[in-house]
Design a protein around this ligand. Structure first.
Ligand code: GLU
Length: 430
């Protein structure tokens, strides 16, 4: 990319950060960072009743969480009402706007065609016939969105505006204001909205609409950012796992696509699983413990090293951080739930209790207790009794973990420790 892109993200702090807005922010950031430009933040808080500080705080926090940084301080529209009024008055003076009571309206001259080359959709043309006179300042004294937007984007020297398709109808109106001020408009690119897999507007039933919901579910920011970027752009080399920094290196607007993006939770989970799996265990452990705390699990252990051992066993098995808690409860307590269905699915030999007692005795006698020595002992005992190793492994797994699936049994036992394993085997043997 040759010219540096001066872009902005302009959230209205009237709600939480929507996935669609997060994607808009990501693309503006990519455009700026890939071109050596600037990524600015503008807070569109002209609606003083609906705008709330807590929404703004959360939006900024979510942007940072996703890995986005912005240049300089955000600009607040609520602090610039005098400027907007002054600009509107100047258009009244030049005869391009007029007063109607307390309001100021822009006069749209019919019989013209407003045309621009959208960066994503190509040529877009609108007849001024179809645009009515535009409110600049409302009768309550507050400025209208389209007008502030043009005043601010001009002042900030914005070169490119990337935003959702929901703003396509605003763009010709904004172009009229640029003309009125004698300013060349920036380039516009409108991104198709994110739809649910069924083609309807993305909603809660598709898995959540705000960044906060995905954060709470245990999605990693790298995965969510990766996924959202791919809803609108693909890298030239066709890779699917691409962190932000790398995406910024490869980004170009001409690879943004104009097809409706469908949100696919299964794909996002897959991606999240890939990111979890590739995290270094020492980095992953605090994230998992944080998630456990937020989900109300009070797992504690004296030995810090156990966390790493457990994370190592499960990081290839979870798609979200949240899934971890219910899979690993048995490492921390003896009163874990037992999967009764699992027990029924795999009928256990009638001599189960005797086998467990025998296993306990052999484990007690093992000179060294490790995954390797346990495995060798199990195989030897199966040979000796002329049974399949699984006939020993399955009842042991049920006894020590309460479930039929999970990480490798011998690794699990090694992490549980000899004492715990014996206690659980004996409890099932009598
Ligand atoms: N506040 C507007 C929104 O959240 C910004 C629109 C724009 O980028 O111009 O949709």
């Amino acid at each position: 990319m040759n010219q540096p892109f001066i872009v902005r993200f302009a959230p209205s702090p009237t709600g939480f950060l929507h996935l669609g807005s997060a994607r808009t922010a990501l693309f503006n950031w990519l455009a700026a960072r890939s071109s050596g430009g600037r990524f600015l933040l503008r807070v569109e808080d002209t609606d003083k009743v609906r705008s709330e500080q807590r929404f703004l705080d959360e939006i900024l926090e979510d942007l940072r969480w996703l890995g986005l940084d912005w240049d300089g301080e955000p600009l607040y529209q609520s602090r610039r009402f005098d400027l907007y009024r002054e600009k509107a008055e100047s258009l009244v003076s030049s005869g391009q706007a007029y007063r109607e009571g307390e309001a100021i309206l822009f006069r749209v001259v019919p019989g013209r065609k407003i045309a621009y080359d959208d960066l994503i959709h190509g040529r877009i043309e609108v007849e001024t016939e179809n645009i009515k006179d535009q409110v600049l300042i409302k009768s309550d004294g507050s400025p209208a969105y389209n007008f502030c937007c043009v005043v601010d984007d001009t002042e900030l020297g914005i070169t490119h505006i990337l935003r959702g398709d929901d703003h396509i109808s605003n763009t010709p109106k904004q172009i009229l204001f640029y003309e009125a001020f004698g300013v060349t408009p920036p380039r516009f690119g409108h991104m198709p909205l994110i739809l649910g897999p069924d083609g309807s507007k993305l909603s809660k039933r598709h898995g959540g609409v705000s960044v906060a919901e995905y954060k709470a579910e245990g999605f990693l920011p790298e995965a969510l950012a990766n996924y959202l970027i791919f809803l609108g752009w693909t890298p030239p080399d066709g890779r699917e796992i691409l962190e932000l920094g790398e995406a910024a290196r490869l980004f170009s607007i001409d690879r943004m696509n104009d097809v409706q993006a469908k949100f696919d939770l299964v794909k996002l989970k897959w991606m999240n699983g890939e990111y979890i799996m590739s995290k270094e265990t020492p980095t992953l452990v605090p994230l998992l413990r944080d998630q456990l705390r937020r989900d109300g699990f009070d797992f504690e252990t004296e030995e810090e090293g156990r966390w790493a051992a457990i994370a190592d066993l499960y990081k290839i098995r979870i798609k979200t951080l949240r899934e971890f808690g219910s899979m690993v409860d048995f490492f921390f307590r003896d009163d874990f739930p037992v999967d009764e269905d699992g027990r029924k699915k795999h009928p256990e030999p009638p001599e189960r209790k005797a086998l467990l007692a025998d296993l306990a005795a052999r484990i007690e006698a093992l000179p060294e207790f490790s995954a390797e020595t346990l495995e060798a002992m199990y195989r030897a005992m199966a040979d000796e009794k002329n049974i399949k190793a699984s006939e020993l492994i399955h009842p042991t797994r049920m006894a020590v973990s309460g479930r039929t699936k999970g990480a490798g049994l011998f690794e699990i036992m090694a992490v549980l420790g000899r004492e715990t394993v014996l206690r659980r085997l004996k409890r099932n043997a009598s």
